[in-house]
Design a binder for this molecule. Structure first.
Ligand code: TMP
Length: 217
């Protein structure tokens, strides 16, 4: 059933493990929305703001951070991005697409890093002022498939991603399990998509769900 955004414009996030193809799908969705003359902004976490870019540098250069330190750094970047960019753009009527958002911290530092999930949820509420995406698209692939996509356009530019990519397979399995649990618990917000297929098929599936969700056809 079509749903209206609770904001002035749709707020959509993409989530998934390493090599899921998020960045490719974010770009394809951006193009499709723009072809309907809708204003769209893509934001990437961590990044986009000055603080976000500095956090990206820290995360990338410090491989011995404990999960709580990583979580708080990601949260700091998120708080600034939310205040400076996401909320004003949504209020302007711009559709915002997040290449990762709060759920990444729950999946990676919570399920992957064994931090308490409720504490992370509370910290996320602080960072986002409880503004959540209307729709979150989980691009689901097994860690074997995702990590095997060395050449994927998606992740060839993800410098911080390498830090997490190097963690053991059990970490990646926990991240995947976490994402799937999150999606199952909140089906009104999440759409789970099989991202092991070719990018065009995945993009069609993404568009089917997004256009139906926001009644764009
Ligand atoms: P990517 O978005 O290019 O894949 O790189 C971001 C990396 O940072 C990826 O390995 C996931 C990780 N990450 C977390 O561990 N927690 C977070 O909250 C966010 C936003 C990213």
């Amino acid at each position: 059933m079509p749903r209206r955004s609770v904001h002035k414009a749709p707020f959509i996030s993409f989530e998934g493990g390493e090599g899921a193809g998020k960045t490719t799908q974010v770009e394809l969705l951006r193009q499709r929305l723009e072809s309907l003359n809708l204003p769209v902004l893509v934001v990437r976490e961590p990044g986009t703001t000055r603080l976000g870019e500095q956090v990206r540098d820290i995360i990338k250069s410090q491989s011995n951070n404990v999960p709580a330190a990583d979580a708080l750094l990601f949260m700091a970047a998120r708080a600034q991005l939310m205040h400076d960019v996401i909320v004003p753009e949504l209020n302007n009527g711009t559709t915002v697409i997040g290449d990762r958002f709060s759920d990444s911290t729950i999946a990676y530092q919570g399920y992957g890093g064994n931090l308490n999930l409720d504490r992370l949820r509370h910290a996320n509420e602080l960072a986002t002022n409880e503004v959540a995406p209307d729709l979150t698209i989980l691009l689901d692939v097994t860690p074997e498939t995702g990590l095997g996509r060395r050449d994927a356009e998606d992740d060839s530019t993800g410098e911080t991603q390498r830090r997490f990519e190097e963690l053991p397979m059990r970490f990646h399995r926990s991240v995947r399990r976490g994402y799937r649990e999150l999606a199952n618990r909140e089906p009104s917000r999440w759409i789970e998509i099989d991202a092991a297929r070719n990018p065009n098929e995945v993009a069609e599936d993404v568009w089917h769900h997004v256009s139906e969700f926001f009644d764009l056809n």
